[in-house]
Design a protein around this ligand. Structure first.
Ligand SMILES: Nc1ncnc2c1ncn2[C@@H]1O[C@H](COP(=O)(O)OP(=O)(O)OP(=O)(O)O)[C@@H](O)[C@H]1O
Ligand SMILES: [Mg+2]
Length: 382
């Protein structure tokens, strides 16, 4: 859980210090007062980036050069101890235990313009600089915001970004693989371009190409395995709220496939296969005469309400996934959900709220169930 958050020149906050208890917090205030900005800050400490900034520098308070977020994190395990799925996870948990001590772990994200006017991000854990891949994972959060409708409604890149966001928080090997894959992909595309434009020698290009191919195939396999495992996990959860099945549309990368597309890739000067071309479809399931039948794609045929429920079902599954895979309770961040969901579907979220630290926002207390209000810490913004 996060016990304390300090925002320095982040969005509309010059300097602010907030305390949270381990239960539920409801941030209430009028439009544009800075409610979502708080959730954005917490989520940035979890993932290393903003969930809504188009350019990362836009979170720096207008007219300022440096933005700093500091969070104090205390590990809160799930009651039913989830067994770490790999030895890597076990060692990560141990490492965090050591760092954490009794006062918690302090994690810090700084965004600024350096002396050469280049945007940069710096990560610290207990005052010590870390690489992004070693920073992420100290705080885990699941976010549900109105913009998440895009996961169903938007292009494949949105769904890949979603998968990356979840899996990067959970697995260090995924973070590393995604980082190496992206770098190798850029280099390989540049090489393809050089081959096309500059006609570089066959011998030179084969050695270089083999190197990038190897990186893409090996790291692509890790990315693929984790994505497959996650989507299968979601499909195997009993669906309470909205029956969906996620179909993984996997762009296989292998030496054979790269060989097959070699000519086309040079012509296009881009790598045509691999996890950077993955997608998944969200399908609604319908029970017809006790025989489960697949319905049509929610993106194409679902109503807006159905799309919202599908995303909501995915998010509740994500919460379960993070819990079982890490043995820790992630923070649940709910942005403006009370105006979003209809009455019958709210009880599912109300059920989920007390199971971990939950931080939510609303413009209007009247939108929030009275029962819930009894149990929340109110944070009023004016
Ligand atoms: N870089 C920035 N510098 C200063 N102010 C900013 C910056 N980025 C955003 N803001 C301000 O933050 C405010 C929006 O904050 P936020 O989105 O958190 O509002 P909110 O309380 O969630 O509102 P709503 O109820 O409409 O969702 C706006 O007034 C906007 O101008
Ligand atoms: Mg908002």
């Amino acid at each position: 859980m996060i016990s304390e958050l300090t925002l320095g020149n982040f969005r509309n906050y010059p300097k602010s210090n907030l305390h949270f208890n381990s239960g539920s917090t409801l941030i209430v205030g009028p439009n544009a007062v800075g409610k979502t900005n708080i959730l954005e800050a917490i989520y940035a400490l979890a993932t290393g980036k903003s969930f809504r900034a188009e350019t990362e520098a836009e979170v720096i308070r207008e007219g300022q050069a440096v933005s700093r977020l500091v969070g104090k994190v205390i590990i809160s395990g799930t009651k039913v101890a989830g067994s770490p799925s790999t030895s890597l996870r076990a060692s990560e948990t141990k490492e965090k235990g050591r760092e954490s001590g009794s006062g918690g772990t302090e994690i810090e994200l700084e965004l600024d313009w350096d002396a050469r006017e280049r945007f940069q991000k710096l990560y610290k854990v207990n005052g010590v600089g870390r690489r992004q891949i070693d920073f992420i994972g100290h705080l885990r959060a699941v976010l549900f915001s109105p913009g998440d409708l895009e996961i169903v409604a938007d292009s494949p890149s949105t769904r890949r970004r979603y998968l990356d966001g979840v899996l990067s928080q959970v697995y260090k090997d995924y973070r590393l693989a995604a980082h190496l894959y992206e770098r190798a992909l850029r280099q390989r595309n540049r090489l393809l371009w050089r081959i096309r434009e500059e006609q570089i020698a066959e011998s030179v290009r084969r050695i270089e190409m083999e190197y990038w191919d190897g990186l893409l195939v090996n790291n692509g396999a890790i990315i693929h395995e984790r994505r497959k495992e996650y989507l299968e996990f979601l499909n195997n959860l009993p669906s309470k709220i909205f029956p969906i099945e996620l179909q993984y549309d996997h762009s296989i990368i292998s030496p054979e496939r790269l060989e097959k597309y070699a000519r086309e890739e040079i012509d296009a000067a881009v790598t045509l296969v691999g996890p950077h071309r993955d997608d998944f479809a969200v399908e609604k399931l319908q029970d017809t005469r006790n025989k489960i039948q697949k319905e049509r794609d929610v993106k194409l045929y679902g109503s807006r309400g159905e799309q919202r429920l599908a995303v909501f079902a995915i998010k509740l599954g994500e919460l379960e996934y993070v819990k079982t895979q890490t043995g820790e309770n992630p923070i649940l961040l709910l942005d403006d959900i009370f105006s979003e969901l209809d009455h019958t579907n709210r009880h599912h979220i109300l059920e989920a709220i007390p199971k971990q630290q939950t931080i939510m926002t609303t413009t209007d207390l009247h939108l929030v169930e009275k029962n819930l209000l009894k149990h929340v810490q109110l944070l009023e913004l004016k």
